[in-house]
Write a protein that binds this ligand. Sequence first.
Ligand SMILES: Nc1nc2c(ncn2[C@@H]2O[C@H](COP(=O)(O)OP(=O)(O)OP(=O)(O)O)[C@@H](O)[C@H]2O)c(=O)[nH]1
Length: 390
Amino acid sequence: MTLERIPVSILTGFLGAGKSTLLNRLLKDPAMKDAAVIINEFGEVGIDHLLVEASNDAVVELADGCLCCTVRGELVDTLAELIDGMQTGRLKPLSRIVIETTGLADPAPVMQSVMGHPAIAQHFDLDGVLTVVDAVNGLATIDNFPEAYRQVAVADRLILTKKTLADSEVIDRVMARLRTLNPRAPITDGDEEDAAQASILINGLYDPGSKIPDVDRWLRDEMAAADAPHHDHEHHHGHHGHDHGDHHDHGPAHHHHHAHDVNRHGDQIRSYAIVHDQPIDPMAINMFIDLLRSTHGEKLLRMKAIVALTDRPDRPLVLHGVQSIFHAPVRLPAWPDGSDRRTRLVLITKDLSEDYVRDLFGAFTGRVAIDRPDRAAMTDNPLSVPGLKF
Ligand SMILES: Nc1nc2c(ncn2[C@@H]2O[C@H](COP(=O)(O)OP(=O)(O)OP(=O)(O)O)[C@@H](O)[C@H]2O)c(=O)[nH]1
């Protein structure tokens, strides 16, 4: 069976910018009925796929790794499987694929996987990169994280979210920065109806020539890296870290090291999950979050949680923290079908010790930290009173 070429959209944007929210809105457009969605999540325990309200079955989760590195091979495999499924009639013909990257993804290798891999490029066209930018944190994020800078520079369309949470002066500054980095991409207001129409995905064949000159070079570098004989893309589960370089100097000199040795994305960025068996008192989770945010808000790049509460354990609470912002919690009507009903928190932090966060959580939920002798856990308890010995 001969297949039509399938357009692929890459939906990117820094941690918590609003990618999944936008995707959920887009998937409600009837024009997305035959689209498949590939979601990549950075974290030991997947939550995102539980929260995507797809109207079709074609949601593939690539968990436990970052698309731009450790699970890149899985992306290529997944695309190849979709083609195989269609060719053999196991899958209905797909009208489009949307790939949602992790917030920390360098978009260039993801784009290269679609455009540069011979077997994939034969069936798919990269029809646009959409980058979501959060109006509140966007400016600082672009300045501090080369991944965010690149995500903006490569975009065919920029979508500015959370405008209602930002001052107009801040919005003007973000807009000016976006314009400098990417003069030709239209900027869509995330609150507008248009942002949630499938038509925003139609951008035409990807053209690096319409971007700042760096973009073409990043893509060529990726191509060269993929072709290099020493290229060592291993695709481990359980190691979703890579070093995005000690060269965090915005794009141009952003080297790409693929060292899959530790859980890190940049030197001080860590991702980890906290899983808890028992329902939690709503007050305890509130206090935990308040304390974490007030003491270390800026180090909390992202927190996503699905929490079983003591009052209604059958109706989990979903929490989203993005740097300085904690969004209003949402109570789900029920646990997503077939999901594990334990509380799960996924955190991505910068310069914040995992033990500290675990201990703090343990202190509020009535558990001393595991993996350590109880006494040490108690004396190291972040809530303990200085000078008071147990
Ligand atoms: N007020 C407001 N909140 C938003 C908007 N877009 C997203 N949010 C909230 O921001 C939080 C994070 O949104 P997500 O859609 O999960 O962000 P994401 O980019 O998919 O996050 P990661 O997958 O962790 O990178 C959620 O609580 C959303 O409800 C917006 O335009 N306005």
